[in-house]
Design a protein around this ligand. Structure first.
Ligand code: NAI
Length: 299
């Protein structure tokens, strides 16, 4: 058995931590010694409205349990607000070691009925919100040679779900963001991972059957999130968690085929599509450049 995972001396920002998963992450990090910035805009599920009450209530819970926390009510989409949040954490506690990009909204509709404004709003909060928060701590993490950043994707981003085109696009965007940041952060001991949660929260209360939800409280996801921001965290990992299940998701590449110039025709593709799809011997390339190398060399 490995020793206890602790966060003593670490400062963590958890976005969207006024309720649901973020609240659980904040409470658990604080219980294991972290000082936590509890961020939440405090709006409705679709991102309208704002109130600092949710974040403050979680800070009270942490303090009542003997932990240290401060609330910050900025929207993750507000660059100046996020800069202020990071500056406050630094002034209060000297730095930021952990960032959990968790804030999110839903505007579900079939693509046929979806307004572009609903698409933009969802991309803005999930994807640009995570970019803005990550950018605000990035230089500091590089300078202090320590950083643990967690993105939040979804089964919708990884595999698709009806009525969530905007959400899926934003959520898989976060995996792409992680993949490059994991490479760029590596030599500075900045590790970047992604969690794909499944939990009963206000986001899912009417999307999943009650029998499912009972077995899937946020406490079934938090252990994976804490591991992914711990000292011994991996980097570039997508970890699905919820209801007792923990799985790794990968973007794989089949061995495929390699043909001569005269065979580079749509007819060749049609004739050999089964070979191209054949999953025996598939791999997970370390980088996009590695994939390009494999394509050129024929495996
Ligand atoms: P939730 O709705 O309880 O939590 C999201 C929190 O983000 C809310 O407290 C909300 O006020 C806050 N928030 C929204 N917009 C914000 C903004 N612009 N700035 C700051 N805070 C903002 O939902 P839940 O389920 O806890 O979601 C947490 C994350 O997990 C989200 O990114 C969600 O997409 C993701 N997720 C959740 C799944 C689930 O099964 N619950 C499944 C897959 C992904």
């Amino acid at each position: 058995m490995a020793g206890d995972i602790r966060f003593d001396g670490r400062v963590a920002i958890v976005t969207g931590a006024g309720g649901g998963l973020g609240r659980r992450y904040a409470l658990d990090l604080a219980a294991r010694g972290a000082r936590v910035v509890v961020n939440d805009l405090g709006g409705a599920r679709d991102g309208t409205g704002a109130s600092s009450a949710m974040a403050e209530a979680v800070v009270e819970e942490i303090r009542a349990a003997g932990g240290e926390a401060i609330a910050h009510g900025t929207s993750v989409t507000d660059e100046a607000g996020v800069a202020d949040m990071v500056a406050r954490a630094r002034a209060e506690w000297g730095g930021v070691h952990i960032l959990i990009n968790n804030a999110g909204i839903l505007r579900d509709k079939t693509f046929a009925k979806m307004e572009i404004a609903d698409f933009r709003a969802v991309l803005d909060v999930h994807l640009m919100g995570s970019v803005i928060c990550t950018k605000a701590v990035w230089d500091m993490m590089r300078e202090q040679a320590y950083g643990r950043i967690l993105m939040t994707t979804s089964s919708t981003g990884l595999y698709g779900n009806f009525g969530q085109a905007n959400y899926g696009a934003a959520k898989l965007g976060l995996v792409g963001l992680m993949k490059t940041l994991a490479l760029e952060g590596a030599k500075f001991n900045v590790r970047v991972n992604t969690i794909a949660p499944l939990a009963a929260t206000r986001m899912t209360e009417d999307l999943m059957p009650p029998a499912f939800l009972e077995r899937m409280g946020p406490e079934t996801v938090a252990p994976a999130a804490l591991y992914l921001v711990s000292e011994e965290a991996p980097t570039n990992m997508v970890l699905n968690a919820g209801g007792g299940g923990f799985q790794a998701a990968h973007v794989t590449l089949t061995k495929g085929i390699h043909v001569k110039p005269q065979d580079m025709t749509p007819e060749t593709i049609a004739a050999r599509i089964a070979d191209i799809r054949d999953r025996s011997g598939e791999v997970v390339p370390e980088t996009g450049a590695a994939q390009a190398q494999m394509a050129l060399s024929g495996g």
